[in-house]
Design a protein around this ligand. Structure first.
Ligand code: AP5
Ligand code: MG
Length: 187
């Protein structure tokens, strides 16, 4: 099985690129952000707790997203692998993922990182706000907090995966087609 991690700051284009990647390689796309938004939409207890954190630009607890990933690994059949979008996002999540895969004698295939500068993050998210109506896209303050959270808690994963020889990066500033081609050349 393949276990790809789609990495990058908020608004880099992870969700945009995931569909084509999943289709081409018969992967199950798992976006922890989308799963959490589904919980919020369904009004579950988990969704209520997550909403406050997400709308503040903070991360939900590691255990919550780790549980979501583990249950999908166990239940999804008929694919050649998984495409993890927005997970892992902390060192603890990366370690938990390694342990989970190790139990099945599997490992992360590679981390594909889409990189854009902070100014473009704001531009892209503000552009999406009107189209998708995501609560965490609505205020500049929340967007700034998400960028800070990315730099402080998620960016350290670059060194973690570089040390394991798994890290690959594409320039995310080009057109959607250019970024897709760059990603495919690394898979
Ligand atoms: P999540 O949903 O993962 O949000 P994110 O990481 O902030 O990333 P986005 O979904 O905003 O951006 P994207 O990279 O998918 O960009 P997109 O393709 O949409 O997480 C939301 C929240 O949930 C987190 O803040 C956290 O609170 C919580 N959470 C999730 N996972 C967690 C975890 N593991 N642990 C703890 N908490 C977790 O593109 C953006 C826009 O740009 C779109 O409008 C798109 O059309 C456009 N665009 C894309 N590519 C291009 C291009 N090449 N050129 C021009 N426009 C482009
Ligand atoms: Mg996304």
């Amino acid at each position: 099985m393949k276990y790809y991690i789609l990495f990058g700051p908020p608004g880099a284009g992870k969700g945009t690129q995931a569909t084509a990647m999943a289709e081409k390689y018969n992967l199950c796309h798992i976006s922890t952000g989308e799963l959490l938004r589904a919980e919020i939409h369904a009004g579950t207890e988990l969704g209520k707790q997550a909403a406050a954190l997400i709308n503040d630009g903070k991360l939900v607890p590691d255990s919550v997203v780790e549980g979501m990933i583990a249950s999908r690994f166990a239940s999804v059949k008929g694919v050649d692998g998984f495409l993890l979008d927005g997970f892992p996002r902390t060192l603890e999540q990366a370690e938990a993922l390694d342990e989970l895969l190790d139990e099945d004698a599997e490992m992360v295939t590679s981390v594909i990182s889409i990189m854009i500068p902070d100014g473009m993050i704001v531009e892209r998210i503000q552009g999406r706000a009107a189209k998708e109506g995501r609560a965490d896209d609505a205020s500049l303050d929340t967007i700034r907090h998400r960028i800070e959270t990315y730099h402080s808690q998620t960016e350290p994963l670059i060194a973690y995966y570089k040390a394991r020889g798994k890290y690959k990066e594409v320039d995310g500033t080009g057109t959607i087609g250019q970024v897709r081609d760059a990603i495919f050349s690394l898979m």
